[in-house]
Design a protein around this ligand. Structure first.
Ligand code: ASC
Length: 153
């Protein structure tokens, strides 16, 4: 029975590509996972944004800590955009184009990872002007991808 089930899974994998249950039990787990990462990213980008805009005092160590987390989190949503998770038991704003324009979507991911890595380097200089200069391009990478691949509500 176990062998038969494994064979079915192996055959299905060959036919359909990497299925949703490769890493997530169900589509809504993948949706919840990527939304959770995005939420955390927005919180920590927001903390840097507050310093950059002068709404919060500049704290060099806090900038580094937040930027390090953002740089790490920027790598994490992508495996959760698995095939078959364009819909699930919970709502998703991910556009179906994500699964059609895979190369273009990947370029957007790489842009975000590159910009957040630069943001972290800028934060480590302990210089607010450097942080400000790197913040714009990071926000731009967030926005470009959202404009293209996130449904309006
Ligand atoms: C955030 C957040 C976004 C981006 C975007 C940047 O903090 O939640 O979606 O930054 O607003 O333009």
């Amino acid at each position: 029975m176990k062998t038969a089930a494994s064979l079915v899974i192996a055959a299905a994998t060959l036919v359909m590509g990497t299925p949703v249950w490769a890493q997530f039990a169900k589509p809504e787990d993948a949706i919840k996972y990527r939304q959770s990462v995005m939420f955390l990213m927005s919180q920590h980008v927001g903390r840097i944004g507050a310093m950059v805009s002068g709404k919060a005092p500049y704290d060099a160590q806090a900038a580094v800590d937040n930027a390090a987390l953002v740089a790490e989190l920027s790598k994490r949503p992508w495996p959760a955009f698995v095939a078959g998770s364009d819909k699930g038991a919970i709502p998703t704003r991910a556009k179906t184009e994500i699964w059609v324009e895979q190369q273009k979507f990947k370029e957007n991911q790489e842009k975000l990872m590159a910009e957040t890595a630069k943001l972290l380097e800028a934060a480590k200089t302990n210089n607010l002007d450097n942080l400000k200069a790197a913040f714009g391009p990071t926000g731009g990478a967030c926005k470009n991808c959202h404009d293209t691949y996130r449904k309006d509500v």
